[in-house]
Structures are given as C-alpha cells and as structure tokens.
Design a protein around this ligand. Structure first.
Ligand code: DGY
Length: 334
C-alpha cells in the first residue's frame, strides 16, 4: 500500500487513541474527535466522497443510504461483530465489500453475560443501590434480607451456541450450571463432551426446562422475535432471561408483561428494541429490582475496543493490498 495513494477512510465515531493513531499513519483518515453521532445526511455526504466507511452499530447503513453512495466507496469496514445495521446484500449489489470484527469481543461479551446472570439472581444492583442511594436503610446483616437465588446446580439454556454462546457455556460450567443449548447445528461431540452439554433440537422444550435463558445468537430476519410471546410463556415462573445479543431477538413488550405478571422471574439486559431509547416499563421494573439493565456494554473493554480497531485496520489493509479481507461478511447472511 506504500506507493499508492492512501485510501480515504471515514470513522463515524471516536475510536481508542491507539487505533486512531495507527489509522492516521496508514490512511487518509477522517476522525470524529468530538464523538458526536453522525446524522444521516452527514453519512450520505461522506459516502459520496470517501473510499472506506467505518461505521459502528449505532449507524444505520441501509439500502437507501448505500444506493446514494458514490462509485469510489468500495469498502464498509464495520467496527462491530454484528452486521445487522448494514444492508450487506444492498452493498454487494453495489459492489461494496463489507467486513466486521468477529472473535475479539467473544470473551468480554461472555463475561458480561455471566455478570448479568449473577446480578439478577444475586440482586447486585439492588444491593449496591442500598449503600449509595439510602445508606441509612442498612440495619446490618440479617438472615432473611436481600435473599437472591443460587445459581450453582441450576440449568442454563443457551440460545445460539456460536463463539459467544460457547464462551458463556464454559464460564457457566465453572459456576456449576448444567449446560443446555439450542442452535441451528449441533456443536461437535468433543465440545458437547467438554461442556457436558445437552442439545435441544426444540427451542420450546428447552425453554420450559431451564432456570436461566441466555440469548447469544446473531440478529437476522430469522431470529427476529425468536423469543416470541408464545415461547416466552413456556419459561418457568422462577426462570430468568439474559440478553447480550440484540434486543429484537426477544419480543420485549411480551417479556415485560410476563415479568410484571410474575410469569418470568426477571431479566438481565444489555440490549434493547430501538436503542438507545429504553422502554420506561423496563426502567420501572429495574427500580423494583426485577430486571438489571445495562447500556449495551457487553464488549466495552479497552482491550476489546483496541482489538476491534486492529481488525478494522487489517481488513482495510488487506482490501487495499488486493487480498480478500479476513473478515468479509458474505451477502445473504442477514
Ligand atoms: C457488536 O459489535 O456487534 C457488539 O454488539 C458491540 O457491543
């Protein structure tokens, strides 16, 4: 890439300093130092003049926007694992390659899944609030106060046993949970053996039998409301739901109603329908201690975000060196 003109690369958001420094060395990089989300018009204007767009999951790169892109835009190098915010098929039709950043956020997201499982069952957010919001309310240790639910010995049902689901399973096993999973394809016999995992071809049957449901599948048209009102109603009233994947995999309104009616015990959520707005009914449930809500922080570690940036750089360099970028997203997948 050294003798050629550097590609013009447009970053829609601020990235870690180390990533931006490297980007400036290698590319003609246009940064977003103020980190103010770009408007649709700004994105459209950028897509008419730059060679590479680096969007995040907060940017909706839909068919209409792609249709307006200039002929010089050849690569959308996503700073994300998920690609549901990019119309990959429309990009392919226009001859634009799309890449993402898989693998590097697997462990962080799995950690956050475990954190939510513990937070809901052991009432971490409620307990922490007692000491920060109303410290005078703590009268000291009591045998019957702040009782949560034990997780050791319970059953977790993982919906989507890809990289993140498997990483959750490894952690869950170490916490003494029995592993159950539902996936389009069964994992290898070696992995099942290692995890002592039980495969459920029927999601319905698994949902009815587990104590914790963890959503770890990608969001595609096929997984929209995979956890529909009917399916959620199959869960046990003592069971909880944890979602670190995408909000719309769950019918959020139905989940809220079932929690309010005591038909599901609670939920730990990092993702929502229509982010960044959060349904006020969920906020109310959080105040009542029935759900724990996080603002999409699953991959939010400095190491993870630098690794994601490095992947974006590798994909851009490979593309401009005339190679197939290692993390190309194929059309027809979402
Ligand atoms: C992704 O990259 O898809 C994650 O959801 C970001 O946390």
């Amino acid at each position: 890439m050294t003798n050629r003109k550097k590609p013009r690369v447009y970053l829609t958001r601020k990235l870690p300093d180390a990533v931006e420094t490297r980007m400036r060395e290698l590319f003609d990089a246009e940064l977003n130092v103020d980190d103010i989300p770009r408007t649709r018009d700004e994105l459209a204007a950028a897509m008419k003049r730059v060679d590479v767009l680096v969007p995040t999951i907060a940017d909706r790169i839909d068919e209409a926007l792609i249709a307006e892109a200039g002929p010089q835009l050849k690569l959308i190098a996503g700073f994300s694992n998920g690609t549901d915010h990019i119309d990959v098929d429309a990009a392919a039709r226009k001859g634009i390659t799309v890449t993402n950043t898989p693998n590097v956020l697997t462990e962080d997201t799995a950690d956050m899944t475990m954190a939510l499982i513990l937070a809901v069952n052991r009432r971490l957010a409620e307990g922490a609030r007692v000491l920060t919001d109303k410290p005078g309310d703590w009268e000291g240790w009591s045998p019957t106060w702040m009782l949560g639910r034990r997780i050791w010995g319970k059953r977790i049902g993982i919906v989507g046993m890809g990289r993140i689901g498997t990483a959750v399973a490894r952690r869950a096993k170490a916490f003494g949970l029995a592993i159950h999973y539902h996936n389009r394809n069964r994992v290898t016999a070696t992995t099942e053996e290692e995890l002592e995992a039980t495969y459920w071809d029927s999601l319905d049957q698994m949902l009815a039998r587990v104590d914790i449901v963890s959503v770890n599948c990608p969001y595609t048209p096929a997984t929209f409301h995979l956890l529909s009102a009917r399916r959620l109603a199959l869960m046990q009233p003592t069971a909880i739901l944890v979602n670190t994947a995408r909000g719309d995999i769950i019918d959020e309104a139905a989940m809220i109603q079932l929690i309010r009616d005591g038909k599901i015990a609670g939920a730990g959520l990092d993702v929502y329908h229509n982010e960044p707005s959060v349904n006020p009914k969920l906020v109310k449930l959080a105040r009542e201690g029935k759900v724990v809500l996080l603002p999409h922080m699953g991959s939010a570690t400095i190491e993870g975000r630098i690794d994601m940036g490095d992947k974006v750089i590798i994909n851009i360099r490979a593309f401009y060196d005339g190679h197939r970028p290692p993390n190309r997203v194929l059309p027809g997948r979402n």
